[in-house]
Design a protein around this ligand. Structure first.
Ligand code: AMP
Length: 187
C-alpha cells in the first residue's frame, strides 16, 4: 500500500491517515507533523520552516523533498506508507514520482478527500479554538486556503490525468469517510 491522501486543510487527512496506517500496518508520514516536531526541537530546519508556516505559506520544495527523502520508509521495511500533506505542489509530485520510480515502487493510489470551502472554513475555525495551532488564526486560514487553491489543486489534476485519482466524500462523518477509504484498500 503506497498511498497519497489529498484534500484541503481541515479535510480530515491527518485523522484518516493515522487510522488507516494503524489498521493496515503501514507508515503514516505527515510533512506538517514532521515540521512541527522540528520546530519543537529547535532545529535549523524547524526555524526556517516556522516563518513560512506562521504565514500559511508553503515551505520551499527543496527542504520538503530532503525531508521526504529522509523519512520515507525504505523498501526493506515492508515499504508501505500513507503520505499526508505531501505532495503539495506539482513539482513535489514529479520529484516523488522520480524518486519512487527509480526504486521500482510507484504510488498505487491518490485519494482526494473532497470538502467544500464553507465546510473547510467552519472546521478550521473550530480546530483553532480546540487545539490552538499557531497557523489556525483567521488570516492564516485564509492564506492557507488560497495556497491550497493555487498551488495544491494542480496536484489533484496531476494524479487525475494519470488515472490514479479516487475521490471520497469528505463531508460525511469521520467513520463514514474511514469506511469508504478502508473499502478502497480492500478493493
Ligand atoms: P499541515 O499540518 O499538513 O496542514 O501543514 C502545516 C504547514 O506545514 C503548511 O501550512 C505548510 O506551511 C507546511 N507544509 C506541510 N507540508 C508541506 C509540503 N508538502 N510542502 C510545503 N509546505 C508544507
Amino acid at each position: 500500500m503506497r498511498w497519497i491522501l489529498l484534500g484541503p486543510p481541515g479535510s480530515g487527512k491527518g485523522t484518516q491517515a493515522k487510522r488507516l496506517a494503524a489498521a493496515h500496518s503501514v507508515v503514516h508520514l505527515s510533512t506538517g507533523e514532521v515540521l512541527r516536531s522540528e520546530i519543537a526541537d529547535g532545529s535549523e530546519l524547524g526555524k526556517t520552516a516556522k516563518s513560512y508556516m506562521d504565514r500559511g505559506d508553503l515551505v520551499p520544495d527543496s527542504l520538503i523533498l530532503q525531508m521526504i527523502h529522509d523519512h520515507l520508509p525504505s523498501n526493506g521495511d515492508g515499504g508501505g506508507f500513507i503520505l499526508d500533506g505531501f505532495p503539495r505542489t506539482e513539482n513535489q509530485a514529479q520529484a516523488l514520482d522520480e524518486m519512487l520510480s527509480k526504486e521500482g515502487r510507484p504510488i498505487d493510489r491518490a485519494v482526494l478527500i473532497r470538502v467544500g470551502d464553507a465546510e473547510v472554513k467552519r472546521r478550521l475555525e473550530g480546530r483553532a479554538a480546540a487545539e490552538g495551532r499557531a497557523d489556525d488564526t483567521a488570516e492564516v486560514i485564509q492564506r492557507r486556503l488560497e495556497v491550497y487553491q493555487k498551488q495544491t489543486k494542480p496536484v489533484v489534476g496531476y494524479y487525475r490525468r494519470q488515472g490514479m485519482l479516487t475521490e471520497v466524500d469528505g463531508e460525511q462523518s469521520i467513520d463514514q469517510v474511514y469506511d469508504d477509504l478502508d473499502a478502497l484498500v480492500r478493493q
